[in-house]
Structure formats: C-alpha cells, structure tokens
Design a protein around this ligand. Sequence first.
Ligand code: UDX
Length: 440
Amino acid sequence: MKIAVIGTGYVGLVAGTMFAKVGNNVVCVDKDQDKINLLNQGKVPIYEPGLNQIVLDAQDDKLIEFTTDINKIKDCKVIFLAVGTPSAETGEFNLEFIKTAAKEVAQVISETSDFKVIVNKSTVPPGTMELIKKILNENSNKNFAVVSNPEFLKEGKAVDDFESPDRIVIGTESEEAKEILSQIYEPFSLKRKKLIFMKPVEAELTKLFANTFLANKVALINEFAKICVGFDADIMNVRNGVCSDRRIGWEFMYPSVGYGGSCFPKDIRGLVHSVNQKNINTRIVSSIDTSNREHKSHLAEEIKNYLADKGGITGKTAAIWGLTFKPRTDDMRESAAIDVINFLLANGAKIKVNDPKGMENAKKIFGEKIQYCESKYDALKDADILVLLTEWSVYRSPDFEEIKNNLKLPVIFDGRNIFDPDRLNNLGFDYIGIGRKYLR
Ligand code: UDX
C-alpha cells in the first residue's frame, strides 16, 4: 500500500520506517530540510536503537522516500499525521502544527478524487479528530475518512514496540477505514488480534489515560520514597512487599529523580487544561504534574542538605552520570537532569557531566555553564561528589575503588537506586538514593 507520514520525529520516523520494512511504499514528509537531507544520506537524526539499519534497508529496497514536498503524498491511500503537539505556556497542547498539516493535506487530496484515510498519531486533546475532520471538510473534496490511532511507543524501545505492540487502538466511525487500517497493521498483529476499535475521541482518551496512569505510578512511588526516608525505611524493601501483589506488579514502580520525556509531562498538562476547560473536577489527575515537578529537585535538595555541614554546596564540584530522561535515547526533553543541574548551578556548584548519547543535546541547554567529559571517570577528576541521574547500563557496575580515589568526599547520590547501599557503605561511601539513605 502507498502510505504517507507527515512529520519525521520520534513517532513519525519509526512508524514510516516500520511500514516500509514490511513492504509498503512510504513517503515521509517533513518541513525541516536539514533533517530530510540527513535522512536522504541514510542518517537518522535521533538516537533510537535499531532504527538506522531499518531505514538503510528500506532505502536500498526503494520502499521509503524522504521529502519536504507535500505534493508527493497525492498517490497515497493512507496519510498519517505525526507532527509535534508541544505544550503551550498555559500547559495546553499547541495544535498549530497539526492544523497546518491538516490544511496542507486537504489541499493536496482535493486534487484527486481517490478515497483517502487520514490518520492522526500525534497526542492531542480529546475532540481534536473532530477539528481535523472540520479542516479537511472545509478544504478538500470530502472523499476521506478520519482515524485516531494513538502511539504507545517508548523511546529507546520504539522499534520493538512498533513491531510487537500490546494493542493497536483504532478510533474511527468509517467501516472502510477500519478495513484499510486492519490491512496495514496485520504484520504487527500476528500472534493475536491486537486491533481495538472505538470512536475517535475514545482513542484520544485512551492514550491520555494510559500515560496518566503510568506517570501516576511513578509519581506515587516517588512520593512514597520520601515518606520512607521520613520514617527511616528503605523504599526498595517496601517496594518488594508492595509489588509482589499481582494486582500492583513491578512495572513502572522504579523510584527515580522524576519522570521526564516528551510525553508524560506534556500530555498530563494538556489533559488537565482540557479537563479544566470543561469544568470537570479532578483531584488526582490535576496533582500528578505538580508532584513530579517538585520531586525533580528533591535529590538536589538532598545534596545541598548533605553538604551543609561540609563547607556548603558553593564551590563544590558534582560529577553527574546520565543526562537523558531515560537510557537508550539522546532525548533530554523534561529530563530531571535539567532541574538537578540548574539547582546545583544556582547554588554555586560546578558541574562535570558524562552521558553516552545525551551530550550534544545537553550542550544546547547548558552551553559553557557545565563541563562535558568523554568518559565517566573523567567526570570524577577533581569532583567532590558523584550523582547518578540516568540508569545507563555502562554506569551499573563501575570501579568503585576508582570512584573513591577520585572523589574528595566519598558519597554517591543515586537518582535511580541502581547501587547496593550496604556494599557502598562497606567500601567507605555514604549513599543517598531515592527513598533510601545509608550514611556511615
Ligand atoms: C511513554 C509511554 O511509556 C509510551 O507508551 C508513550 O507512547 C510515550 O510516553 P517514554 O516517554 O518513551 O514513553 O518513556 P517511558 O519509558 O514511559 O518513561 C517515562 C519516564 O518515566 C522516564 O523519565 C523514566 O525514567 C520514568 N520512569 C519510568 C520512572 O521514573 N520509573 C519507572 O518505574 C518507569
């Protein structure tokens, strides 16, 4: 089938590439000429494990085309919208890109009489599909159906998630569109039937509820982590006791410096804005973002408190391991590392950082304000303390002797609870994690 994808970000590029991988002819359109140039040279502008090779293979097989020319979508039967819906100042979703894309698509499809299916993959406020439909109706020949098909990809695992999704949500009222989407997704629905059909607005809400639920799990365990420290308990022991209950489970129950990324923070803020506009009263939904925002500076405050009787934080150097909002990505959007580093800088600390994939994006945020180190051990030179913020596997089993020999103060702040506190105490370190404090 001939498929178009508008937008070559983390969602659009993965979707387009994976549709090409299974034999469709795909046109990926983006306004960013630099991005398109890179993709045409077989280079993927983001770090997403496994993706680059699949792009190269699809290019070799002439199944994928990258272009800035929207007119190239004219022959495509299905057109996916996967453009950004960033947060506006107020927290509401900024729908400018999606509205513009819908208008441009309308203009191109009005030049043909073929039936088209317009599918929205971007995360949007409930009711946006109606808005897209209105724009298409006003600007085209009306021979189309609309579908809301939210994306549940996790960055760092997006290729696997696309290939083997838990479910594929299709929100449409058109029988013809259901049939076409069923065909497109058949290769990704082999083990069992994964397609779930519903109304467009229900698909939009499914995405928002799923992200809210997951973010809430993280925010809740992070709040409990603080409760644990207040009562001299270790969250990891409590977690074992709690997660063994099969109704609760182990997933998304890792205490952390706070959740980040392009989805949870933005989607929940956008949802809260939509809910408020409708005068729907919520308590839990509206407090998750506040809880997480406050939590993102919690570890930095712990650092400040720890250093208070050791000459204070001003002038101390912190080695930071990990910058991205999670491992296996170069993405720093809303990463807690930004909050922690800004807090430490504002309090007069110096910062040396290392991250396997995030350094280029960090440079765009911090510029010359911090020092970038090629290796994790370089970051320790002349540092007073070590702060781990992202659980990249290269940080999991370090040479603790080397760490100790370098740090002026033997203390490790573990923002992901990956180290064994007893072992670190025995090696002569103080250990402060999230919801666990082991001082010698
Ligand atoms: C998320 C959803 O998982 C995905 O389904 C949706 O399509 C997009 O948003 P993503 O943002 O890529 O995906 O990352 P995810 O793996 O969900 O992690 C989000 C944040 O929560 C990260 O900062 C991560 O470190 C944090 N997290 C996750 C925790 O702090 N603890 C956990 O137990 C799990």
